[in-house]
Design a protein around this ligand. Structure first.
Ligand code: IPT
Length: 990
């Protein structure tokens, strides 16, 4: 017998968005339900209509089968679809998971309405109970509910079968930039209600304290009995009901199960309002009472009082133009794929709070419902995005009437689910799906249903940032050049808030110019922020030997961003996929184990609630850079770092400042007259335990220069090198001893295994590769320059070495002047780059040391990795990090581990022997175990073999990181120009 559901072939019918599925609503049924999570019987079929006759294995629910014990493995594509069929078609080979289990329907549910909720299944769900067809659902990231009342018998077992078809018409509108999986990704449960039940609750809680709660009731038939009433309470205080139920017209027998609606109203005096800084919540309970006063149904909510509106070109929360310091977040876990636990989500948000983020875009689908509870509680502004991305076939689908239902269905179901969350401030119609009538239809639905929030859609906004006709209230571009944003804001034509839905692509070693972006955003009315792409590096933990995903049992097999030996973080292509998009999936600000990348520290500082504006004779000028609160949640300590090695600390008293206010506080120290360059840092921490940070958690480390370094003394070298000046800030320059060079003019030194040589290249970052720079560098031959010594001259102990470094597209002239100084050698260098080398990676020195020098101490920016266009998060000070801890393990090995603004450093062994280097001025330095070519020779971090010694780079100039893997390159001011570069440094033995 043909199965009725299968006979519909719903996987090839975009018009069919569901069948037998209950309307979405905001009544939370998670408590008091019968959980059905756990191991289910499982068969993976080759196609949805293949017979279910194989042996049963088992599969964990919630979970994706692609990360469990099947042959259907994860596959990563970005824009391209993983199969060639055009919409609405799907491939004949279509993995289909059949999940089965028995459920004992509680006897006490007799007479009640029994509902099955499937949290999420991708991409088509077919439900059978005891072999009978019950329903169909699509929309992979929202729950589906089915009424089983007439299908199951309380007190008896029932067999549930959930069939999940992986590929369908819906896949074409779920073409997000992420791994493709199949399975049931969120919890499954059963619950029971009275037949007459709360069908939906809609809360409007305003900044003024006004509260309106609209409740709908339904029954499977019949009229609303007399005397039933609704009651509610807010934090224990009863709410007034404004009127009787407004009943539906039930005279017409054919009228649906909708019975009526009622409203609860109140105004809370002196309401504690909600915003992302002080997320005050109230507990709302709504009860449906029978005529005798007993409770028929209850719905509990945590609500927040706040307003969202657009006034002019500003998005206002509670009347304030708030900055949106956002990130795009997928539901992701390296062991479970798309299934995330409460603890995981909480950890995500706690980390984001600690690093200054205040907003999340739920890219590119509604995230797990718990995420919104946590956003309400911890304080985030959420752009809630519908599960629509038709990237590969965007143009065909946006106006395809066969997909009209799906667009409206997905957007409206998201709104119906999430409308009561104070955190949700904007609805997004989806991502990268062109723009068509289907979007306007969905936008129309939202505008009517929820006029309290703006909508945004990048695909519409890009047709005209100021165009009022388009279905986007926000100008929400992705990866727009900063100058375009500023120009728009200054043009006089801006009509909508400009908040980039994606910017600062965090792939590999990236997020260059973030601080420049924020300087412009804060200085330019009309610019309000954006959402970094993205939170996660989606590396899946994989066994190296057999290439299988590790799955749920892998906890503990990674640490500090690195997989344990024998494992690695898989990216596109690592599961044998032929169609894939490689490491483009590793583009987050955290590693797959949630270890923050250095860019997170950059963000934290940019988002600092306390700013040091400047140091003036009257003291240190501080600003409260928040929107809603003072400094009472913060504690602080002053730290004075002197170049000579001294560090002084003093307690700090933060002034009472309202948001936006500035005040000068006295300098906490008498600045010592000696000691050279002096930096004052305010180390700001949490003053008490917060839900997202224990007391004492560092919040920011703003800094101000109190005294600049002494001006270098008289030049010492002859000729054009003189311009480089002395590298000695305070030391003597008298010649001492001699310098030894070999036949090639290369320095011979007992602590060096490779002599100082010129370096113009770095292991290309993802930005360098995808932005085309790496290709140019290779074509110029920068990765394989051939050195030829031209002359070696000795003059009074000083050796001058002239050399040429030849690449395919030009020759670089290089001169080193080696002067013996007490305990070491001063190296003065000059390199002249031909015009053809107009944008190189670096100009500097590279040398290698003997093994055993395992600790780097430096005075400069740190302790985090920093680069010329990403150095705001690294204060100047005395830092000390083991060499092995300096390298950042980006998933695809690349330039990594640099430190910006280094003035001097030592590399030492445990017995304090080693070397010391003093630089002529603050320089980019890196000390790692890898040569640039070591990093480029491999594709994954686990393949790297550390060298025993150190590879040390001292750069006169180093190209910024930019974000060119997707978006703008670094600014011209951070690029390395051709022509003459000069630098100098002194090497001494400790
Ligand atoms: C943009 C996508 O919206 C996002 O999902 C991700 O793919 C990002 O880029 C890059 O990682 S689309 C891009 C083609 C601009």
């Amino acid at each position: 017998m043909t199965d009725a559901l299968l006979a519909l072939r719903p996987w090839e019918a975009p018009e069919v968005t569901s069948w037998g599925r209950l309307p979405m609503n905001a009544v939370d049924r998670r408590s008091g339900a019968l959980p059905l999570d756990g191991d289910w019987r499982f068969q993976l079929l080759s196609a949805p209509d293949a017979p279910v006759d194989g042996p049963w294995s088992s599969s964990h629910v919630p979970g994706v089968w692609t990360m469990q014990d099947t042959d259907d493995l994860p596959q990563y594509t970005n824009v391209q679809m993983p199969f060639p069929e055009y919409p609405p078609h799907s491939p004949a080979a279509n993995p289909t998971g059949v999940y089965e289990r028995e459920v004992d329907i509680p006897a006490e549910w007799a007479g009640r309405r029994i509902v099955l909720q499937v949290g999420a299944a991708e991409s088509v769900l077919l439900v059978h109970v005891d072999g009978r067809p019950v329903g169909i659902s699509k929309d992979s990231h929202l729950a589906a509910e089915f009424d089983l009342t007439g299908v199951v018998r309380p007190g008896s077992p029932a067999t549930l079968r959930l069939t999940v078809v992986k590929w369908s018409d819906a896949s074409h509108i779920e073409d997000q930039d992420q791994w493709w999986h199949g399975g049931i990704t969120r919890s499954v449960l059963l619950y029971a209600t009275d037949p007459l039940h709360l069908a939906d609750v809609t809360v409007r809680a305003a900044y003024s304290g006004e509260l309106r709660v609209d409740c709908r009731v339904r029954d499977a038939g019949g009229a609303l009995p007399d005397g039933w009433y609704l009651a509610g309470e807010l934090d224990g205080q009863p709410l007034a009901q404004d009127a009787e139920f407004d009943r539906a017209n039930v005279e017409d027998e054919r009228v649906s199960d909708f019975l009526g609606e009622a409203r609860l109203l109140t105004t809370v005096p002196e309401v504690r309002t909600w915003n992302a800084e002080t997320p005050e919540l109230y507990g709302l309970t709504v009860r449906l009472h029978r005529a005798d006063g007993t409770v028929a149904d209850t719905s509990r909510h945590r609500i927040g009082f706040r307003d969202v509106e657009i006034v002019g070109r500003d998005l206002l929360v509670n009347g304030e133009r708030v900055f949106i310091r956002g990130v795009n977040r997928h539901d992701f876990h390296p062991l479970t794929g798309r299934t995330v636990s409460y603890d995981d989500m909480r950890a995500d948000l706690v980390l984001l709070k600690r690093f200054g983020f205040n907003a999340i875009r739920t890219a590119h689908y509604p995230n797990d419902p718990t995420l919104y509870d946590l956003a309400d509680e911890l304080g985030f502004y959420v752009v809630d995005e519908a599960d629509i991305e038709s990237h590969d076939h965007a143009h065909e689908i946006a106006d395809d009437p066969r997909y009209l239902n799906a667009f409206v269905d997905r957007v409206s179901r998201m709104v119906l689910r999430d409308k009561n969350h104070p955190s949700v401030i904007i609805w997004s119609l989806g991502n990268e799906s062109d723009y068509g009538a289907n979007h306007d239809a969905a936008a129309g639905w939202v505008r009517r249903h929820d006029p309290t929030r703006p909508i945004q859609y990048e695909g519409a906004a890009k047709l005209g940032w100021a165009d009022p006709e388009l279905a986007s209230d926000i100008a929400c571009p992705m990866y727009a050049p900063l100058e375009d944003c500023v120009a728009h804001a200054l043009s006089g034509a801006q009509t909508k808030p400009l908040i980039q839905c994606e910017y600062s692509h965090a792939m590999g070693n990236s997020n260059g110019t973030l601080a420049d972006h924020w300087a412009a955003i804060e200085a330019t009315p009309g610019l309000q922020g954006g959402f970094i792409w993205e939170f996660w590096d989606h590396g899946i933990l994989q066994h190296v030997n057999d290439g299988r995903p590790v799955g749920r049992g892998g906890a503990g097999l990674y640490d500090n961003g690195v997989a344990a030996p024998g494992y690695r973080w898989a990216y596109g292509g690592d599961f044998g996929e032929t169609i894939h998009d490689g490491a483009f999936i590793a583009d987050g600000v955290v590693f797959p184990d949630r270890t923050p990348k250095p860019a997170m520290y950059e963000h934290r500082e940019i988002a600092a609630p306390v700013r040091i504006e400047c140091f003036r004779h009257e003291g240190v000028v501080l600003t409260n850079h928040q929107h809603f609160r003072g400094f009472d949640w913060l504690a602080a300590v002053w730290v004075l770092s002197l170049e000579d090695g001294r560090t002084l600390t003093a307690p700090a008293e933060l002034p009472e400042l309202c948001p936006g206010e500035t005040a000068a506080v006295p300098l906490p120290f008498a600045l010592p007259e000696d000691g050279g360059e002096a930096w004052l840092t305010l180390r700001v921490t949490t003053a008490q335990d917060l839900p997202w940070a224990p007391r004492g958690t560092e919040v920011c480390v703003p800094q101000v220069l109190l005294r600049a370094a002494d001006v270098p003394q008289e030049p010492v070298a002859a000729g054009s090198l003189a311009a480089a000046g002395s590298i000695e800030a305070a030391g003597s320059v008298e010649a001492a001893g001699s310098v030894e060079v070999d036949d090639e003019g290369l320095l011979v030194h007992p602590l060096l295994t490779a002599a100082p040589a010129l370096s113009l290249w770095r292991a290309p970052t993802d930005n360098d590769e995808l932005g085309g720079m790496a290709q140019r560098w290779r074509s110029w031959g920068l990765d394989a320059l051939v050195r030829k010594v031209v002359s070696v001259r000795e003059d009074a102990g000083r050796v001058t070495v002239e050399a040429e470094y030849a690449g395919a597209a030009g020759v670089v002239r290089h001169r080193q002047v080696l002067t013996p100084v007490a305990g070491g050698v001063r190296v003065e260098e000059e390199a002249e780059l031909p015009e053809a080398f107009d944008d190189v990676a670096r100009v500097g020195t590279v040398f290698e040391t003997i093994a055993g020098l395992d600790l780097l101490d430096w005075f400069g920016q740190g302790p985090w990795e920093s680069y010329p266009d990403r150095s705001a998060g690294a204060p100047v000070g005395h830092h000390s990090v083991p060499v092995d801890g300096l390298f950042t393990p980006y998933l695809r090995p690349q330039e990594s581990g640099g430190r910006h603004g280094v003035r001097r450093f030592t590399l030492s062994a445990p017995d304090a022997t080693g070397l010391a280097v003093v630089l002529d001025e603050p320089r980019q330095v890196s000390v790692t175990r890898y040569r640039a070519e070591d990093l480029t020779a491999v594709t994954h971090h686990d393949e790297l073999v550390p060298r025993p010694g150190c590879v040390v780079h001292i750069d006169a100039a180093h190209r910024g990181l930019g974000t060119a893997s997707c978006g703008p390159d670094t600014f011209p001011s951070y690029r390395v120009a051709p022509g003459v570069h000069r630098w100098s440094w002194t090497l001494r033995v400790l």
